[in-house]
Design a protein around this ligand. Sequence first.
Ligand code: ATP
Ligand code: MG
Length: 350
Amino acid sequence: MKKITVLAGDGIGPEIMNSAIAVLQAAAPKYEQEFQFDSQPFGGAGIEDSGKGLPSKTLASCQNADAILLGAIGGGVNSSWEKAEQTPEQGLLALRKALNLFANIRPISVPDALLALSPIKKEIVKGTDFIVVRELTSGIYFGKPRELQKTAAFDTCYYTETEITRIAHQAFQIAQNRNKKVTSVDKANVLATSKLWRKVVTAVSKEYPDCTLEHQLVDSCAMRIVQQPTTFDVIVTENLFGDILSDEASVLPGTLGVLPSASHSEKGVSLYEPIHGSAPDIAGQNIANPASMILSAALMLRQSFNEEKMAQAIEAAVFAVINEGIVTADLGGNAKTTEFTAAVINKIKA
Ligand code: ATP
Ligand code: MG
């Protein structure tokens, strides 16, 4: 029995989570014996339940789970959330920290089914298939001291050798199962943390002689992502650069609505979530694209439970349905969230 903590969250979170669970149930015929879902309040829903973005019972459930599915949180749906003792976003940071989810994995691919819908020219994005591995629990988002003064402010970017080493291993291990090419992104011509980053990643690469390593400065990498996205296999980078580059890369498929992500710790539980936010502008209307959440569930099957076949069946069904033109509004169609979900389930069962 696999214990899955379900954090539907806010905005479109509950709608797309319903879709993902229904698809999981369709993909695993004996799901009642295979999966045990434990739904817990989180984010704004956590505040409404017990005053905090991350209620203690929610954290306890996550710590006890074999995997976590997260919809999306926050989005200012309710202004009282911002005044809570712990806001939805603080709840998410607290959860990442408590579970030590230091490695954020974002696969970016443009399957043929999506080619026509991409905002970037077909000739450029055709065949795009890479993974951004972003360090998630250190760097300038967490470094101290930090201070906002009246007419000045400062933050601290801080990395240790240990932190860089473990994220580099993640990247090379992923590359070993793919095309064996790692692009490490930094700003080593300017930043001390980047000089250390480059040195440590190079040292780790010696343990992976089957993989090639290249270094690229973040500014030129940002250009290459839109000019030659097919030339990447695995990109590994620090927290801030990874945040920006992975959002940039998410434009390539044409919508945020098809992109899943995974966050891993060294040995503990992993968390799977769409890369987009809670999309309050379209919440409650049954028009959100649930593909991002369904594909996140497929990633969970693959990476946490080794259920490669089931994961592939779900992915194939999602892209077959898109290929048939049954798509939600973000992809220019008029399928409802529930219609798209039903079509995916029919494909899986067929
Ligand atoms: P956050 O700060 O939480 O990352 P954000 O400000 O980046 O959120 P999102 O919630 O990701 O914003 O939404 C950005 C835009 O993309 C919105 O217009 C939203 O409606 C749209 N969007 C996001 N996810 C989906 C989805 N699954 N289906 C359709 N549209 C979506
Ligand atoms: Mg965002």
